[in-house]
Design a binder for this molecule. Sequence first.
Ligand code: NAP
Length: 528
Amino acid sequence: MMSAIARMATLYGSSRNIFLCRSASSHMPLALARAVSTESSSVATRLNSSGLLKSQALIGGKWVDAHDGSTIEVYNPATGEVITDVPCMGKKETNDAIASASNAFHSWSKVTAAERSKCLRKWFDLLMIHKEELGQLMTLEQGKPLKEAIGEVSYGAGFIEFFAEEAKRVYGDIIPATLPDRRLFVLKQPVGVVGAVTPWNFPLAMITRKVGPALACGCTVVIKPSELTPLTALAAAELSLQAGIPPGVVNVVMGSAPDIGEALLASPQVRKITFTGSTAVGKKLMAGSAATVKKVSLELGGNAPCIIFDDADLDVAVRGTLGTKFRNSGQTCVCANRVLVQEGIYDKFAEVFSNAVQNMKVGDGFGEGVVQGPLINEAAVQKVESLMQDAISKGAKILVGGKRHSLGMTFYQPTVLADVKSEMLLSREEIFGPVAPLLKFKTEEEAIQLANDTNAGLAAYIFTSNIQRSWRVTEALEYGIVGINEGVVSTEVAPFGGMKQSGLGREGSKYGMDEYLEMKYVCLGNMS
Ligand code: NAP
């Protein structure tokens, strides 16, 4: 048979953005007829009967196909099997979604904050009630271990809960007037229709981090999830309807990213673009937003340094580095991309860390005890391979792993590389894979210089038991997020975002609301 695996390899070879629409009119919720493993098949059957496996887009509260019936297949990266088809949409459907969001904005923005809060709270409750199924769906389409996927559902739902509460706290200001017969005010109002473009590595949380505050402020949204992981987004959207969020407030379209992007950018009705993804695409969306001067927030790529000082607690440093490096198979924007280790602790750290990495269990995310799943696609593995080749040709040494996993597909061995230098490509680019490069440094000043020697500025980590040093280094780091003696720091209550080319704006926390609000100054005159 021309297996799904072979098809996937062809489709996803090295150019995933040359996406392929299939002109097919049938899009059964589940392509069970195709060869699927028992585990995937039973998970998919369960999801299908729970109504959470959707295979249509959501526009104006209706589940719809592409206007020409074309579809794209969604794959399980652990097996290469097709899970289902979703519509392959473009400009026409995006414009329909914008029109429906625009209509819904008139009423949703007028609903009281308390009402919006109740709807969001109900959505949070439903996400949590269905967290196991959503986690399974995520593992199916994204590959991360089930426990991690369920963890993402709780994390992602947390944004909806947090912003349900924040909805009630959008205050304005009264400003002391400059003339006796005047009164000055600041009103905060929703920005309008929001275009939200999200990546595949966190199929739920990257959406809720945007949609939670947007809806809380009274905005309506058109979401474009990644073509690789649309199913979690669709299931979450279904639950938003069940929560009583009115039709048209949440719309989801998927398909041709450039066409959908262009339609969002061209529309004067879309007042805000919020994007999470690569720096290259973020720059395009920022440039494209200029024509209609949209408000823009960008959560882009990182190149996180993880700095281990001689005075670090070794166990804490090893645990923290494992957490930040290997979560989601190294495919997160805040993954340690460079592990900078001071010379006095270097050998010991390399030994203990390598032993821990050696013991990591790799496999299908549904497997017992698996802590690392596959990479998202063949292109991702090829990128890791080329960075490895470059590093080894320039003198890096493999301590653990270093090649594709014997499981085949897109599995890659958890890897530790020693003797890495800052001029190697993997020190300069996002690896987005399970490779931990160790770089040796001598002094604190050198560590800071190495850490800041990049255009990215998202997350950085420091391991030290010296409190003065931790503060000094934190202040010197050009990063939006700093973890001190901690490798996993994301939470809905704290601001997430980057400096330099890692982005604009912040998501999560009370600051996350500002991204979806306009400020209106009101001067009431002639009061005497
Ligand atoms: P990507 O290729 O930039 O894609 C992100 C999203 O943009 C996807 O929905 C993609 O659609 C869409 N897209 C691609 N080209 C587009 C265009 N011309 N117009 C409009 N939309 C377009 O990034 P990715 O590979 O999915 O995600 C990995 C990147 O995201 C990494 O760089 C990572 O660091 C970054 N990231 C950052 C954060 C953060 O908070 N800073 C969080 C997570 C990930 P298709 O997938 O359908 O092509």
